[in-house]
Design a protein around this ligand. Structure first.
Ligand SMILES: Nc1ncnc2c1ncn2[C@@H]1O[C@H](COP(=O)(O)OP(=O)(O)OP(=O)(O)O)[C@@H](O)[C@H]1O
Length: 961
């Protein structure tokens, strides 16, 4: 056991209460002790002439005090009062203990305070009240020094309380120690630990008893904390210097210490503890779980350590002014205290205790005659100067010792003790802490989740942004792709479909190479053509200088066109190169576009070739006619015939507006009709109808015209826009091929047509050149009119590549299912038919159908095309006009026998119907129209040309045709 704790126990055993008669005894609960302080130096010095004189003596046993003005006279040698001592103003009082001047602080505490103080740990109220005259040592006794042997009752009490708690052998006991410090100054209660709290009210209730409302209570866990509170309160306590005390307390000071003790008895003690405390829940002895309510004891002890202000006689202290007022207040309150004590000790029936006469008595109500173990320490001074005050104090204390207090343990049973509340609050705080800790965890997790959500949101936004950008890019690409597809589609729509189109489109490199070859050929062709034109020009120079000049101009214009076309070809080559440089994927669609452009370019070139060929053919025929015809035979009839034969080619007017009669020279309608009949009607007169199929019936025109469906009497020519125009002016009909196979639609077809046309041309040339192998001139046939033949096939031999430009055998290109006429019959009939027209052979050079096809395919490029065609047409018209003019100026008309035979030959030369497609029929019709045109021209240019050439052959073909 701790020595201090053991000391406290020992002091308790040896103290006043040990000597008391037992619990409930009135004397037991209110003790009065007297302490005689040592004489102060000023007292020892005496006052005036009177030296110091001690008036107090403590008899042996320390319970009796002798107060006498002549102490030496009344005391025996044993230190007891002599009988009859009353002669010297002597008093003898008996108290619970009287401490002489040399008594130390420690003994006083241990014998008179410790038991009272420690009783609060058992749930009792206790009070230590220091009462006495000013300057007699009350404060010294209560407070003393904070350290060392002069420590007073308060510090020793605090030490003992915490020592007792620390050494409590019961582990289940819990304590709560609180402290307050107040003063009553001039009848005003104020908080010394919270100066701002003053004029506090004193209240009372059954549970708490008497208490100061609003007084701060400080939970203390160590003596040091109490010391700090005491020092702080002492500094604020009202003090002042008086004659009797340099630091006189001018207020009543009360230090309150409240101790709550909670005891949870063990299971073995349940029965005993049940009657003492409240209920709580505990566990069974084996600890397996709750078995029911466990009695929990809560005891509350309150200790009032009271340092009263000193009573004083004003005339003695000399107090004036504020001190005087303070003295009055002090004395009044002490008087009230005396009255309360008198009332409490009045043996008469207790009717009224004047507690409410002062703050002090009101506050000490419990300590005076109530539920409290109280020890009053009456302090006196030993000097004769304080004799009266000492006597008054001893009388007061002697009266107070009769106060009977009834004490009982303050045990809380209503669950409202502060300790219990603290426990509940503690549990609540723990739960709150746990909850908040969980909340903290949850909040942290939530913050993390929110942060993650924010990051995820940001990532999502970034992803969406990227996706959006990619989507836009994709849409752009898609739009570009779509535009390209549309462009390709538009271009493809201009192309005629064919069975090998897909494969051909995929054969881009091969096609490109082919195109390159074709381009080269075209270049070479034009170069050769220019050379040929130049040669023709040189030939023509001999005929007429004016014509030569015009022809020169024409050639120059042609050259300009050639140059322009060459430039375009160069651009195309560059385009091809750039596309080849680009990736195959990128160039795939462009290749198709390029292919379409190439096809269109070739078409234009071919068209140009055809027009030019026709033009030159006619031109040359006219020149030769002019050179060879007898002058006397030339006349207006031939001019009219030629003009009629030229149809719309002859005049500057719109060909579609009406027949061929509108030309520059202009024949009559009857003449035109005559010519048409001569040109076309012969077939009708011979056969009644155009043969539809079957082998060549006999000498006639080239098999190239054998598939026509030209009705009897029909005479169609083609205008510049590809429209077939009935020369009879009845109506116009569009024969532009649509949807059928085309030689211009596919590169492969082009290749095929080129090869086929080459072969056909060779066959044709064999016929034109009189090759006897498969045809050519029939036996016995006179030499065909070479001029006409040359006019009909001006470049039969002159093609740079050996190809008759524009030649495309219809059977090959259109895939006509009809039987291909035997070469022998074809060539033979062509040659025997009179050379010129027959020598044209399967020449599609001037194929209007192809022109129309290409025009349909190239409508989207109509401006360029129309401009070119207009140029070409205008040239043709100009040249034809010139021809007409030449014819009108000096040519004579040839005989019509050849024409008749030519028509006959034509009629006879038309093979049976092939049953081909409308395109082939249109082509045949157009070819027939051209053939008729040529025939009419031959007829118009020189009716006797056939006779000059030997007349028609045995086949009846129009030799002059
Ligand atoms: N037992 C004692 N031993 C030594 N000195 C003492 C003793 N008691 C009191 N004194 C001294 O006496 C003087 C007055 O003491 P104290 O102030 O305690 O008197 P008081 O009763 O409190 O006076 P007041 O009522 O005016 O406050 C102080 O100087 C103090 O040191």
């Amino acid at each position: 056991m701790d020595p201090a704790y053991a000391g406290a126990r020992e002091a308790q055993d040896d103290g006043l209460y040990h000597q008391a008669s037992g619990a409930g005894s009135t004397s037991e609960n209110f003790k009065v002790v007297v302490r005689i302080r040592p004489a102060l130096p000023r007292e020892l010095r005496g006052t005036g002439l009177r030296p110091y004189q001690c008036t107090t003596a403590v008899e042996p046993g320390e319970r009796n005090i002798i107060l006498s003005e002549n102490l030496q006279a009344v005391l025996s040698q044993q230190g007891t009062m002599i009988v009859d001592s009353g002669l010297y103003n002597t008093y003898r009082f008996t108290f619970d203990c009287v401490y002489d001047t040399h008594c130390q602080q420690e003994r006083i505490y241990r014998q008179s305070a410790q038991q009272v103080v420690l009783s609060i740990l058992q749930g009792y109220n206790a009070a230590i009240i220091a009462y006495g005259q000013t300057g007699t040592g009350k404060t010294h006794t209560m407070e003393g020094a904070m350290e060392g042997p002069d420590r007073g009752i308060i510090p020793r009490t605090v030490e003992d309380i915490f020592t007792y708690i620390v050494n409590d052998p019961e582990p289940s006991s819990k304590y709560l120690v609180r402290s307050s410090y107040l003063q009553i100054y001039n009848e005003v209660v104020s908080d010394l630990l919270k100066p701002e709290r003053s004029s506090l009210a004193i209240r009372e209730d059954k549970r708490r008893g008497v208490f100061v409302e609003g007084l701060s209570e400080w939970v203390v866990r160590s003596p040091a904390e109490v010391y700090q509170l005491m020092q702080r309160g002492q500094a604020l306590r009202a003090t002042g210097a008086t004659k009797l005390n340099e630091v006189s307390s001018r207020s009543h000071a009360v230090c309150v210490i409240i101790v709550e003790k909670c005891t949870t008895p063990s299971a073995a003690d349940d029965s005993g503890a049940g009657g003492q405390g409240g209920a709580a829940w505990g566990r069974s002895g084996n600890g397996e779980g709750p078995v029911g309510p466990v009695i929990q004891s809560i005891k509350v002890g309150k200790l009032n350590l009271v340092d009263l202000a000193g009573s004083e006689r004003v005339h003695v202290t000399g107090a004036v002014g504020r001190r005087l007022e303070e003295s009055k207040k002090i004395n009044a309150s002490l008087s009230a205290l005396g009255n309360v004590i008198a009332a409490l000790t009045d043996r008469r029936e207790r009717t009224h205790i004047p507690y409410r006469d002062s703050k002090l008595t009101r506050l000490l109500e419990d300590s005076l005659g109530g539920n409290c173990r109280t020890t009053m320490i009456a302090t006196i001074a030993p000097s004769l100067d304080a004799f009266q005050e000492s006597l008054s104090t001893l009388k007061f204390a002697n009266r107070a010792k009769n106060i009977q207090n009834e004490v009982h343990v303050n045990e809380d049973v209503d669950q409202r003790t502060l300790l219990r509340k603290y426990e509940r609050e503690l549990r609540r705080l723990r739960d709150e802490l746990a909850r908040r800790s969980q909340n903290v965890v949850d909040k942290r997790a939530l913050l993390v989740a929110e942060e993650q959500a924010k990051r995820a949101e940001a990532d999502k936004l970034a992803a969406l942004t990227a996706l959006q950008e990619r989507s836009r890019e994709f849409l752009r690409e898609k739009e570009e792709k779509r535009a390209l597809e549309l462009k390709i589609q538009a271009m493809q729509s201009q192309l005629l479909s064919g069975g090998s189109s897909g494969a051909a489109l995929q054969e881009v490199p091969a096609v490109r190479a082919m195109l390159q070859r074709e381009a080269n050929k075209v270049k070479e062709h034009y170069e050769a053509r220019i050379r040929a034109l130049e040669a023709e020009r040189q030939d023509a120079e001999g005929s007429a200088s004016a014509e030569v000049d015009r022809y020169k101009q024409l050639l120059l214009k042609q050259r300009d066109i050639m140059i322009a076309l060459t430039a375009r070809l160069n651009e195309r080559d560059e385009r091809i190169a750039s596309l080849q440089a680009s990736g195959p994927r990128e160039g795939a669609g462009q290749d198709e576009e390029l292919d379409a452009v190439d096809r269109y370019t070739r078409h234009l070139e071919d068209q140009l070739d055809a027009k030019t060929t026709e033009l030159i053919t006619l031109r040359k025929a006219a020149v030769e006619h002019a050179a060879s015809s007898p002058a006397g035979m030339r006349g207006g009839l031939e001019q009219s015939a030629l003009q009629s034969a030229l149809g719309d080619w002859a005049g500057p007017h719109d060909a579609a507006a009406g027949g061929g009669g509108g030309g520059g020279g202009g024949g009559t309608a009857g003449q035109r009709q005559q010519l048409y009949e001569a040109a076309m009607g012969r077939a009708s007169s011979a056969d009644g109808a155009l043969p539809q199929s079957g082998p060549h019936p006999g000498p006639g025109l080239s098999h190239a015209y054998s598939y026509g469906h030209l009705p009897p009497g029909a005479s169609l020519v083609y205008s510049a826009d590809g429209t077939a125009v009935d020369l009879q002016g009845l109506e116009s009909q569009d024969v532009t091929p649509r949807g059928s196979a085309s030689t211009f639609s596919l590169p492969s077809s082009v290749a095929t047509s080129v090869a086929a046309s080459h072969h056909a041309w060779q066959r044709g040339m064999a016929g034109a050149g009189g090759a006897p192998t498969t045809g050519g001139l029939a036996p016995g046939t006179s030499q065909p009119n070479t001029a006409t033949a040359a006019a009909a096939m001006p470049y039969a031999n002159g093609g740079p590549s050996g190809r008759p430009y524009g030649v495309t055998p219809l059977q090959d290109t259109l895939g006509t299912p009809g039987p291909l006429p035997a070469p022998a019959s074809v060539d033979g009939s062509a040659v025997s038919g009179g050379g010129g027209s027959g020598a044209l052979g399967p020449d599609d050079m001037a194929s209007p159908g192809e022109v129309a096809e290409l025009r349909a395919a190239a409508l989207t490029a109509a401006k360029e095309r129309s401009a070119l065609q207009q140029i070409l047409d205008s040239k043709v018209r100009v040249m034809l006009a010139e021809i007409m003019a030449d014819v009108a100026s000096g040519s004579s008309t040839d005989g019509g026998a050849a024409g008749s035979s030519g028509r006959s030959s034509q009629a006879a030369g038309l093979p049976g119907g092939s049953g081909g497609s409308p395109a082939s029929g249109a082509l045949v019709a157009r070819l027939s129209a051209l053939d008729a045109l040529v025939a009419r021209m031959s007829l118009a240019i020189g009716s006797n040309a056939g006779a000059a050439a030997g007349g028609p052959g045995p086949g009846g073909g129009g030799g002059g045709g």
